[in-house]
Design a protein around this ligand. Structure first.
Ligand SMILES: [Fe+2]
Ligand SMILES: [Fe+2]
Length: 293
């Protein structure tokens, strides 16, 4: 268990600080100089395509959240309405423009709320299920934001190696600074629910089952095409070489909060399974002769 007690006022302070420290990044603040567009496109276009789409899907995430958390409290509302959505949508718009500067097509975000979310949403009006879906939502947030942090770190290193200082300093670095605060919000919120023992043992059991059944990587939307794309992103970023290490990073929060009783387990097995599936789908597609659909 974590050493520190996470109180609701600590979470509220964190949200307020994020809002003050990180205003949404404006499109005008970006220096659009690209020294070697061809090289950047060859190395990173697919990663940027993927991230631009995922960031632009924040508007669907907000709809999902409204479905999943019909009784969201003030802190949650402030976070998604005043901090998170305004920041993420700018990430999306900036990356989408970058990919078009690289000669690629604009992103096509999926803005339709999926069927499983609608089902869960219908049940979420029942208080015991509401708590389960709330914890699921925080765990999903922690896992996806962690993936974003790792991806932007890798891209930034790559852009610096290519000498693309404008992209690194005015796009990736400012975006990358905003992601850890999102991760911390979800991580603190999930931790507080466990520390305050909001869920009884059958609710925790249900949460574990549902994580096992529904876990998916950021932006894959449970679709094979996107799973394969995500495998390609992992290959481009080099994380496919150490999937276990990556599973450990991405799964740390829920391993600690949901699976503490499984002594010695380093990450929930369904996370590694999802990673492997994505990489396999990508490799299959490569064998069929094309990299991205
Ligand atoms: Fe983002
Ligand atoms: Fe984020």
């Amino acid at each position: 268990m974590p050493r520190q007690q996470i109180t609701q006022s600590k979470i509220a302070e964190h949200v307020q600080r994020l809002g003050e420290l990180y205003p949404p990044i404006s499109l005008d603040s970006v220096d659009r100089t690209i020294k070697r567009p061809g090289v950047v496109a060859r190395k990173f276009a697919h990663v940027i395509d993927y991230l631009a789409r995922v960031e632009l899907e924040v508007d669907r995430n907000v709809l999902e959240l409204l479905v999943l958390l019909p009784d969201a409290d003030e802190t949650n509302k402030t976070f998604y309405a005043d901090v998170w959505q305004p920041q993420e949508i700018q990430h999306g718009l900036i990356l989408d423009r970058l990919q078009q500067d690289l000669g690629r097509a604009a992103a096509e975000p999926q803005l339709e709320v999926s069927f499983p979310i609608k089902v869960l949403g219908a049940l979420a009006h029942l208080k015991p299920i509401q708590d389960v879906s709330k914890l699921m939502y925080f765990l999903t947030g922690a896992s996806t934001e962690r993936q974003a942090v790792l991806a932007y770190n890798q891209i930034n290193r790559g852009m610096q190696e290519l000498g693309e200082t404008a992209i690194s300093e005015t796009i990736i670095t400012p975006i990358k600074q905003q992601e850890p605060g999102h991760f911390a919000f979800y991580q603190m919120s999930a931790t507080a629910m466990i520390q305050e023992k909001v869920l009884n043992s059958w609710q925790l059991f249900l949460t574990r089952v549902m994580r096992e059944k529904s876990y998916h990587l950021v932006g894959t939307n449970r679709m094979k095409q996107y799973q394969a794309d995500m495998g390609g992103v992992m290959a481009d970023l080099g994380v496919d070489k150490d999937l276990e290490g990556y599973a450990r990073e991405v799964g740390r929060v829920e391993n600690r909060l949901l699976w503490a009783h499984k002594q010695g387990m380093e990450f929930p097995p369904y996370i590694l399974k999802a990673l492997k599936e994505s990489v396999d789908l990508y490799r299959e597609r490569l064998e069929r002769g094309f990299k991205f659909a």
